[in-house]
Design a protein around this ligand. Structure first.
Ligand SMILES: [Mg+2]
Length: 328
């Protein structure tokens, strides 16, 4: 059987079985979460890894080497942020065609260094190999804040669901780049930056974990998909009030009836979605300068599923009806 026939999740399942359970003296805490985690004598250590392949995950027609450097590291730093952790070190493995311009690799690293400087991450090593297309594999390590973590499995019925920032801006940026859409300089720059140079919510993740939040995920695949991970791992359901989902007014103006769909399934916003009891949500909203929006609640009912509710509280079957039905 070929891997394309088996599918991604079955393949991961097969590998997990081959690896088997860790030895009793090695406590692995983070399997299936944004980062893996293990306990050491001095606290909890975190690690995450991600690979980007040219013409699979990006095309050099729409992203500069500088942006690519930033984005490849940002995705990993965001996974540490989703655990409430402190990112520490990065390892970078590059697969390069022999024709790659050396100056472009300088630009790639300048983009990475701009991000690592901002988050106090040290590039500790890496590898360079020859490859048929540009491949960037990044691993970032970190440590847990105050020996505590945000996980996908800690959401409980009665929790409120909240997100940082706006959703859908990155997907709007991708649509603009692919469709070569022409907007004002200000709009173009905002949308491009949202997609190519996302801001991992590192400080926010740490403040969440310090103030009693236990469940979170970073929004890389899209609100519905990522909240679905929380629902399955926490064995709870979720209701989303679609009118509350925060969307940048610029995205609403330029993408009209597509804006909500971009916010719900667009992905790559790298905002944090988290759940907690109402008093904790109130507290973190006051403490964190980044806008935090309440978008719904965790339920005991319909475990594993995300339901979308319109302004009248009616459920919308977005798979059957599509998104145009309720676009604003
Ligand atoms: Mg993640």
């Amino acid at each position: 059987m070929r891997v394309s026939e088996l599918g991604e999740f079955e393949l991961i399942d097969m590998i997990s079985k081959l690896i088997g359970k860790p030895a009793k003296d090695k406590t692995i805490l983070g399997i299936g979460d944004d980062s893996t985690a293990w306990r050491t004598d001095t606290g909890i250590e975190l690690a995450t890894i991600d690979t980007l392949v040219e013409n699979v995950h990006f095309t050099l027609d729409t992203i500069t080497y500088h942006e690519l450097g930033w984005k490849s590291l940002a995705a990993n730093v965001s996974d540490i942020a989703a655990m409430g952790g402190i990112p520490l070190y990065a390892l970078i493995s590059l697969g390069l065609p022999g024709t790659t311009d050396v100056d472009d690799i300088k630009k790639l690293y300048e983009g990475m260094i701009e991000l690592t400087n901002r988050h106090n991450v040290t590039i500790a090593g890496g590898d360079v190999v020859k490859a048929p297309q540009l491949t960037i594999s990044v691993s970032v390590t970190g440590k847990a804040t105050d020996d505590k973590m945000l996980t996908r499995s800690a959401a409980r019925p009665g929790d409120i669901i909240a997100v940082t920032g706006n959703l859908g801006t990155s997907a709007a940026g991708l649509k603009m780049l692919i469709g070569k859409l022409k907007f004002s300089e200000e709009t173009t720059s905002l949308l491009r930056k949202a997609h190519q140079q996302p801001q991992p919510r590192v400080a926010e993740g740490q403040m969440l974990v310090q103030n009693g939040v236990k469940a979170a995920i970073d929004l890389s695949d899209g609100l519905i998909g990522d909240l679905g991970h929380i629902c399955r791992m926490s064995r709870v359901g979720a209701n989303i009030d679609i009118d509350k989902v925060p969307i940048n007014p610029i995205v609403k103006d330029h993408f009209a009836n597509k804006a909500l769909e971009l916010a719900l399934v667009g992905g790559e916003d790298y905002e944090l979605l988290f759940t907690a009891k109402p008093d904790i949500i109130d507290k973190v909203r006051e403490l964190i300068a980044t806008p935090i929006t309440v978008i719904g609640e965790i339920t005991r009912e319909h475990a594993g599923k995300v339901l979308l509710l319109d302004a009248n509280g009616n459920t919308i079957d977005f798979q059957k009806e599509g998104f145009n039905h309720f676009s604003r």
